[in-house]
Every structure is written in structure tokens, then in C-alpha cells.
Design a protein around this ligand. Structure first.
Ligand code: MN
Length: 322
């Protein structure tokens, strides 16, 4: 049994937003599995983005599993934190219905001396899409994991969306999610693992390109754009416009959109640089006007005599008002 080729994948997070992208990656995995005569597929959690996945979302994941088992492929599913509702999970229906060749497994799951889990390791590099880490699993270190499982040759984990290898011997890796979600992932690769003749191979998925543009203002009345990211069809685009109110007024969303006509989505982010010095934090309604002026002058880097002069004039004005 140890020689059966298998595929390990994780964190589909099936949801309404960009469902077509999720389906595209799932389809690529399916195609690969069938083409390469893979016998087993391990899914390491977070099938759905929500604990209360909709019937439509469920159908997307269930159809994927059905296509695998129709080819005689065994499917092991380890529920993740996003799948779990108390003691139950979104995936139990496979078990309840007794779907042949689908096994819902508990964590950790060990088969053919390979360890599978949905968990956080202390050394994991947290990706841009991993900001909402739950406390569902207690984190442990790579050394502890290996030490507690001396018979294991390979460790595959779900949960962290940034794919990464944490140890070579024994092999410890996160397969990562199957699509880019936030712009922090602009340069991240997405994929899954193929265990071929006992060796792990990372297979890259073709995912939607992301591009981040920064808008500059080289001359009066002009703007230009420089971008990072993959070139490709129908990209997700983020545009950062940073400048004074005047500079920002020179930029035209309409003209910019013409330069990336096939964009799937364009997000504009404005950062306005104010010319006016900002009101100091210390200035509150509760302190006296004179004290407020003193605090303000402290932050203005004035020479002693100017400060004294301004303070004197200020006092006169304040006294005149009261
Ligand atoms: Mn996840």
C-alpha cells in the first residue's frame, strides 16, 4: 500500500466570493489526480469558509469528492477549524450517509507512516491570508512534532495558507490554500503535494494573477503607474494612490481602468497627505488654552526666544477672550 501514489491538498475555503477561482483550482487538482493515476487523496481541512456552508457551497465540494470516488480514488477528509461546529462538522454527512471510499478522519491521522493534521506550528511563516488564526489548535514546535512521532517519514499539514517546507528530513510541510485571496499573497505560489514513489513533489496551480500598482506624480497635472505581480488574463488589481489633495485630484480612475481593461476587479486605495500639521494628541478639551498652546509649541521645534514671543502673544489673546 505504501507505494500507492497520493495527493495532499488543503484549505479550499469554498465560498461565494470568486467561486469560479476555487472551482478552477479544484478542477486542476482533479484533472491531475486522474491523469497521474493517483490512488488516494488526503484533504487536510477547511473545505468551506463558513461553519455554516450553504447548500450551493456544499454541492461544490461534494461534487469534487464524487468525481474522485467515481474514479475509484479513496478520499480521506480531515475536518479543519472552519468546518467545525462544536462536536460536529460540515463534513460529517459523508460519514452519516456511509459514502463508500470516503473516510472522515480525526486529527492527527496517520497512514502509511505519513502524518496528517490541521494545526499551527510555532515556526510557520504566517501568510497575508492567515490573519484570523483561531485558537482551535494549540501550537507546537517542529522539533516536538518530530520527537513525538519518531516512526513518521513525512508530515503534511493544513491550516496555514502560505505553502512552506519547515523541515527536510523528516519532511514537514504545509500544502497551503489553492488560490490567492488577499493582495499580500501577490507573489505567493499556490499548489498541492503529490507523493510519488515515496517522494513529495509540490505541484503548482495556475491561479488568477494579482497586480498591485502604485501611482506616482512626476509632473504637475500628471500621474504614472508602476506595478508588481504576475502578468496574465483577468487579474485582480489594487491601486495605491498616495499624494497631496491636489496630486490625487490629477488621477483618474476612468483613465487608469483603460490600462487594465481585462481586470477582474480593481480596488482603489487612497492615502491623502495633509499639508496641515496634525493636531497633537496632548491637546484635549480638558486642559487650559494656555497649557494647550504650550504643548503645541513643544512639538514645533522653535528656538527659545521665538517660543517665548509666541507664548506671550498667545497669552494676550487668550486673556482678551476670557
Ligand atoms: Mn484555512
Amino acid at each position: 500500500m505504501g507505494s500507492v501514489n497520493s495527493v495532499v491538498t488543503s484549505d479550499f475555503h469554498v465560498r461565494k466570493y470568486r467561486m469560479e477561482d476555487t472551482i478552477s483550482s479544484m478542477g486542476q487538482i482533479l484533472k491531475y489526480v486522474i491523469k497521474n493515476e493517483v490512488g488516494k487523496v488526503y484533504f487536510l481541512g477547511d473545505a468551506y469558509n463558513s461553519r455554516y456552508a450553504t447548500p450551493y457551497e456544499r454541492r461544490v465540494f461534494q461534487t469534487w469528492v464524487k468525481r474522485l470516488i467515481d474514479k475509484g480514488i479513496r478520499v480521506m477528509i480531515l475536518p479543519g477549524n472552519h468546518d467545525t461546529v462544536g462536536d460536529l462538522n460540515n463534513l460529517l454527512e459523508f460519514k452519516t450517509l456511509g459514502v463508500k471510499n470516503v473516510k472522515i478522519v480525526g486529527a492527527p491521522y496517520i497512514e502509511d507512516d505519513i502524518y496528517f493534521n490541521h494545526m499551527l506550528l510555532n515556526e510557520a511563516a504566517i501568510g497575508a491570508d492567515d490573519r484570523l488564526l483561531s485558537t482551535f489548535h494549540v501550537s507546537t514546535s517542529v522539533a516536538e512534532l518530530i520527537e513525538h512521532n519518531p516512526e513518521i517519514k513525512m508530515f503534511f499539514l493544513g491550516h496555514i495558507h502560505k505553502p512552506q517546507v519547515l523541515n527536510e528530513k523528516p519532511f514537514v510541510a504545509y500544502c497551503g490554500s489553492i488560490e490567492r485571496v488577499t493582495f499580500g499573497e501577490v507573489l505567493d505560489k499556490k499548489g498541492f503535494y503529490h507523493i510519488k514513489n515515496g517522494k513529495p513533489i509540490f505541484v503548482e496551480l495556475k491561479v488568477r494573477p494579482m497586480l498591485i500598482y502604485k501611482i506616482g506624480f512626476p509632473k504637475q497635472g500628471e500621474w504614472d503607474a508602476s506595478g508588481v505581480g504576475d502578468k496574465g488574463e483577468n487579474p485582480l488589481v489594487k491601486v495605491n494612490i498616495k499624494g497631496t489633495p491636489e496630486q490625487v485630484s490629477w488621477f483618474s480612475e476612468e483613465d487608469f481602468a483603460k490600462t487594465v481593461e481585462d481586470a477582474y476587479e480593481i480596488k482603489y486605495e487612497y492615502e491623502i497627505i495633509k499639508n496641515r500639521p496634525r493636531r497633537a494628541k496632548e491637546i484635549k478639551e480638558s486642559i487650559s488654552p494656555l497649557k494647550g498652546l504650550e504643548n503645541y509649541l513643544d512639538g514645533r521645534d522653535l528656538d527659545k526666544s521665538t517660543r517665548k514671543e509666541v507664548l506671550k502673544k498667545g497669552k494676550e489673546i487668550i486673556d482678551g477672550l476670557s
